[in-house]
Design a protein. Structure first.
Length: 162
């Protein structure tokens, strides 16, 4: 479990999530990734405004698609914040709680990696503060912090176990 700062389309995970707009017919789905380093792109349409059940459904449906396609790693953007108007802090709580609940379910046992891909400073600070609350480090004492891998496009937060 980790938060990373940068361009989600550069991640070599099994699936990245595209926070699509409401013109996406059917409300979401999964497509091939074509020239991206990931295998698949999961499309989800987040709610306009503060609707926690609808936002949680975006994360749940994405994780269920990951499972049904036998994929093991996923990267999420901050869904419904920004122009969609969901308050950043509340959206992060919904995201982290929903992902944690899924990982604790039977379907979640196959998920090896979840990345929250962060763009804005406000979200970066929120996830840095909240992730240890939802995903405490299994080690006693120091928290796990990934070392800089030399990629100047990324800034790592803490690495938390699933």
């Amino acid at each position: 479990m980790e938060a990373r700062r940068g361009d989600i389309t550069t991640l070599a995970v099994d699936a990245i999530v595209n926070a699509a707009n409401s013109s996406l017919l059917g409300g979401g789905g999964i497509t091939r990734a074509y020239n991206l380093p990931c295998k698949r792109v999961i499309h989800t349409v987040g709610p306009m405004g503060e609707h926690p059940n609808a936002l949680a459904s975006c994360y749940n449906k994405s994780l269920k698609l990951l499972h049904s396609y036998s994929l093991n790693s996923i990267a999420f953007p901050c869904i419904s914040t920004g122009i969609y108007g969901y308050p950043n802090l509340k959206a992060a709580h919904v995201a982290l709680n929903t992902v944690r609940d899924f990982l604790e379910s039977d379907q979640g046992q196959s998920v090896e990696s979840v990345v929250f891909c962060i763009f804005l400073d406000i979200d970066w600070n929120i996830y840095n503060e909240l992730m240890p609350l939802y995903f405490p480090s299994s080690s006693s004492g120091d928290e796990n912090v990934e070392e800089d891998d030399g990629d100047e496009n990324w800034e790592d937060v803490e690495d938390h176990e699933n």
